[in-house]
Design a protein around this ligand. Structure first.
Ligand code: ZN
Length: 171
């Protein structure tokens, strides 16, 4: 399976609002397999299609790092329908290689999506999975984890983000 290139901040595709997918599209299966392989290779727990340059509403999540096949979650056209509570915990993103910071999130989230089998479902979770759900649906809406940083954390990261912008401008 090919490992896809994960787009790095500030690639404009990361700020794009992704378009709905047709769950019956037969090409989605192979793409989903590639997304999982790419995510595992990068040791991430979630990956959105626009992180590999495709602005479509598709994301994958596995908080077990591939250890539990049952934990593989495919989200087509996902929407957050409820967020409860608030937590501030370390978070990173595969599109910001090497960066981590305390990020403000809902403690739990409920998401409605369609599975690869074409069936709609809802999932509600807290902890790492709850954060991953919010993080990946955000990606599909063009929102990034740095949008959720408390001010002090934004200040800490601002130098690194400027450097990433400069490096991208040079490339
Ligand atoms: Zn991310």
């Amino acid at each position: 399976m090919p490992i896809l290139t994960v787009r790095q901040f500030p690639d404009p595709v990361l700020r794009q609002r992704s378009q709905d997918v047709d769950p019956s599209d037969p090409s989605l299966k192979a793409l989903v397999a590639d997304l999982f392989d790419t995510m595992y290779a990068a040791e991430g727990v979630g990956l959105a299609a626009n992180q590999v340059g495709l602005a479509i509403r598709l994301a994958v999540i596995d908080t077990t790092g591939g250890r539990d096949p049952e934990a593989r979650l495919v989200l087509l056209n996902p929407q957050i329908i409820a967020v409860d509570g608030e937590v501030e915990e370390e978070e990173g993103c595969l599109s910001f290689a090497g960066l981590r910071a305390k990020t403000r999130r809902g403690e739990s989230a409920k998401v409605r999506a369609v599975g690869l089998d074409g069936q709609p479902f809802e999932i509600e979770a807290s902890g790492l999975l709850g954060k991953a759900l919010q993080h990946e649906v955000d990606h599909l809406n063009g929102r990034l984890w740095i949008d959720h940083l408390p001010l002090a954390q934004q200040a800490l990261l601002s130098g690194k983000l400027k450097q990433m912008r400069r490096d991208a401008a040079k490339a």
